[in-house]
Design a protein around this ligand. Structure first.
Ligand code: ADP
Ligand code: MG
Length: 182
């Protein structure tokens, strides 16, 4: 069996989870054994489900540490991972090991944090992946293509869960002017 890594990245509201769910549902239609994981700290909507902003969802297993996926994904043909930016760097080695042993790994996550900096293990994952897809949201200020997640709330914590009101999808100019106003 041939394994590989696919990364789906972009800002908040860009459709990463939607795209992940679409790929995983197709794998299930092809009768492949599919397992979906997410970091245990992401409990926004539902403890067990991976849920997109348009309320699409798929059953998942929350894991506190990336390594746990190596055991839990033992019999899987396809492994999906959502909110991958919240795992630490060991996620990269875990994905490589899964792919090396023949698993198709599909990883979705934020490529940048709210300050426009590369987020956690995502840049390294994009480097080792066979396929990288960058999806885009719509800028809420001007309607152009958005690549940035602008934090409306004042907190400086890197991780601030809970969505719609705390962040806005913005294009580069609207993100920059928002940051300058802060
Ligand atoms: P992500 O996982 O990247 O945060 P989701 O897959 O959960 O994104 O949600 C994508 C959906 O979010 C879109 O199909 C759309 O219905 C909705 N949405 C809300 N705000 C926006 C926006 N500014 N740009 C694009 N889609 C948006
Ligand atoms: Mg998502």
């Amino acid at each position: 069996r041939r394994g590989w890594i696919e990364v789906v990245c972009g800002s908040m509201f860009s459709g990463k989870t939607e795209e992940l769910i679409r790929r995983l549902k197709r794998a299930k239609i092809a009768r492949q054994r599919v397992e979906i994981f997410k970091p245990a700290l992401d409990t926004r909507y539902h403890v067990q489900d991976v849920v997109s902003h348009n309320a699409n969802s798929i059953r998942s297993t929350p894991v506190p540490l990336a390594q746990e996926m190596l055991l839990l994904a033992g019999g899987s043909d396809v492994v999906g991972i959502d909110e991958a930016q919240f795992f630490d760097e060991t996620l990269v080695e875990v994905c490589v090991q899964l792919a090396n042993r023949g698993t198709r790994v599909i990883v979705a996550g934020l490529d940048m944090d709210f300050q426009g900096r590369p987020f956690g293990p995502m840049p390294a994952l994009m480097a080792v992946a066979e396929f990288v897809t960058k999806v885009h949201a719509v800028c809420v200020c001007c309607g152009e293509i958005a690549s940035y997640s602008f934090r409306v709330a004042a907190s400086e914590d890197k991780i601030l869960l809970g969505e719609t009101d705390a962040y806005e999808a913005r294009c580069r100019p609207c993100f920059l002017s928002g940051m300058q106003e802060k």
